[in-house]
Design a protein. Sequence first.
Length: 274
Amino acid sequence: MGATSQERYAVVSCHVERPLDDAVWTRFVALQRRRPGGFAIAALMRPADTAFGEDETLWLERARQAASLGPLGHHTHWTAPDYARPSSHVTDRHKPLSKQPPGAESGLVTDRHKVPGARVRDEGQRLRGSGVAPTLFCGGGWYTDVEVAEACAELGYVDCTFRAQRPSYLQAGEKWASLQTPASIELPSGRTLRAIPTTHSLGYLARGLPRRDLPELVHVYFHDTDLLDARRRALLRVVLPALARRAQVTDLDALAARSLPFASRVAWDDVARL
């Protein structure tokens, strides 16, 4: 794959969306301990949703375990544990998404569904009150808006929701945010949001490595559920060591400390996208 670049940095994060699933969690923690390619994998964890009967005590135990093995982040699913982006309805643990709860057709919303910015703020404050201190954030389904950004800035998070490329599955008019390199985002309130973009999925990285066209920052992400698939596990075993030969291995907290004090400043309106 060529010599290591002295100007390219690489980090890895996992969207931990099923932290209470024993089979998924066991595989994820084993991967964190193994550090493929030398990467300390950041755990961007979805908080326990007690409205859906999830066990917050067990979640806290697992969050502390993940934090002992790498950077810890806050990952929000806006509608339900099984539905990442905001919507006008929620599911429960026993119904598939295709079966909307009573009232959804008429536009009614249950009290479980919160305005996205308020949800981030409430979850973040609850985590801190429980003794857990995430340093990172990523919105589920790559969703963000100015209220979410304001909440992240208020909580002191480094936001990784920004994407170097538009997520291919988004419909026209769906909100996301674009960024190529670490930056300080100037928000309408006067707050500053520190941001590090997510640049590569596992598949995109696998295609980019042979072409030798990697950017100066590679932030590759995957989902904890990928670890249930033998092919995805094999891909992780191949691409992360290959990436480590092409870049300086670091982690998201260290990268933030290194790069953000000198990062460019950009306005929110310059990164917000539909």
